[in-house]
Design a protein around this ligand. Structure first.
Ligand code: HEC
Ligand code: HEC
Ligand code: HEC
Ligand code: HEC
Ligand code: HEC
Length: 225
């Protein structure tokens, strides 16, 4: 398992051997180094500029819209899914924060206009990815959110973010720290998207872990397949 990751060690020993295999190996290492260690993968605080100033603090925080209203595949699939423009238009067909309607918020019409344009043309909004693991690492949302790990444990207080940024390291050791001892991070299954939930007397994570037989694997093949 994970032979490719050992390339750096044998590359030195193989220097005299000039062959297609080695060239591929070196290319592989370059790819891993370029993408695996790119700022998007490990930089806490990474916050790319988005095409629309969409605010989680407003929608998920103030308005209290549940995470799964928009990210509605998290509990069923590996990926969380960014909502299509239609989801925004469920409300914004009626709610146009216009200058005349809201004098305290003179820029709001402009803020929404890329959404209206996307809806008219059918061209999706090109959201920029914030979290992006290297391709050689496998992650699965449903495996976590159906087993008592909440969004806030990995994404921080998204409900307070005007713009989403990466809150945690998402490094291998970060994954493993929790996989070795997940109990402190567990919560009731109906509190997965609740960012305010705090451990209380009514919920005993150790009992929950036992009942649900929660034992995250630390085998290489769990995350590198
Ligand atoms: C009204 C729809 C909506 C709701 C509700 C919503 N989101 Fe989002 N979310 C989006 C959109 C659109 C994006 C892409 C733009 C961006 O990154 O801000 C996004 C992006 C994200 C990202 C970054 C994705 C990436 O590119 O890595 C995370 C993490 C996230 N949301 C988590 C949450 C959590 C947690 C909640 C609940 C507290 C939530 N969202 C509620 C629409 C929503
Ligand atoms: C459940 C209803 C609802 C949904 C779904 C929704 N919004 Fe909103 N949105 C609102 C409300 C309410 C406001 C505040 C209106 C105001 O300021 O007058 C708002 C405001 C906005 C603003 C203007 C913010 C400002 O500061 O002026 C933008 C931009 C926006 N939404 C984008 C989006 C996008 C993009 C989506 C889809 C990912 C979305 N909204 C989904 C209800 C919604
Ligand atoms: C155990 C940690 C963990 C939990 C819990 C978690 N996420 Fe994520 N999330 C990640 C990682 C890691 C990525 C990057 C995945 C990748 O690059 O393949 C990600 C990516 C995303 C994305 C970008 C789209 C995608 O799937 O790559 C969105 C949106 C998102 N998460 C929303 C949520 C929401 C909403 C919840 C709660 C219902 C949640 N996440 C729970 C770790 C987590
Ligand atoms: C806060 C705790 C926590 C963090 C952080 C976390 N995990 Fe997990 N992970 C779990 C739990 C709990 C399970 C479910 C174990 C079970 O079902 O017995 C799980 C399960 C998984 C599974 C499914 C295993 C299987 O047998 O199908 C994969 C894959 C996985 N995690 C990958 C990752 C990766 C990759 C990261 C880092 C980017 C990560 N996890 C970060 C707690 C966490
Ligand atoms: C719980 C998930 C998980 C398990 C288990 C896991 N890894 Fe990883 N690994 C990751 C993630 C996520 C990354 C990417 C980290 C990043 O982007 O910095 C990674 C990166 C790597 C890298 C690239 C260099 C580095 O350290 O970042 C190597 C090599 C590696 N893993 C080897 C292994 C080996 C060998 C095992 C078994 C002993 C293993 N991994 C088990 C999640 C895991």
């Amino acid at each position: 398992m994970n032979e490719p990751f050992l390339f750096p060690k044998w590359v030195d020993g193989l220097k005299p051997v000039v062959g297609a295999g080695l060239v591929c190996g070196v290319l592989y290492v370059v790819v891993v180094v370029t993408f695996g260690f790119a700022p998007t993968a490990t930089d806490v605080g990474y916050m790319p500029t988005q095409p629309v100033p969409y605010s989680h603090a407003l929608h998920a925080g103030e308005l209290g819209i549940d995470c799964m209203y928009c990210h509605n595949t998290v509990d069923r699939t590996a990926h969380a899914w960014i909502p299509p423009t239609q989801t925004c238009m469920n409300c914004h067909t009626a709610i146009h924060p216009k200058k005349s309607m809201d004098p305290s918020n003179p820029d709001s019409e402009d803020k929404l206009s890329p959404v209206l344009t996307s809806f008219e043309t059918g061209r999706p909004i090109e959201w920029v990815r914030v979290h992006d693991l290297p391709d050689y690492a496998y992650f699965n949302h449903s495996a976590h959110v159906n087993r008592g790990v909440g969004c806030v444990s990995c994404h921080g207080r998204v409900d307070r973010m005007e713009e989403v940024y990466q809150a945690e390291r998402l490094s291998m050791s970060w994954c493993l720290d929790c996989h070795r001892d997940p109990t402190p991070f567990l919560r009731p299954l109906d509190q997965i998207t609740n960012m305010e939930w705090k451990p209380d007397g009514d919920f005993d994570p150790a009992t929950f872990a036992k009942q649900h037989d929660i034992r995250p694997s630390t085998d290489c093949s769990t995350c590198h397949r």
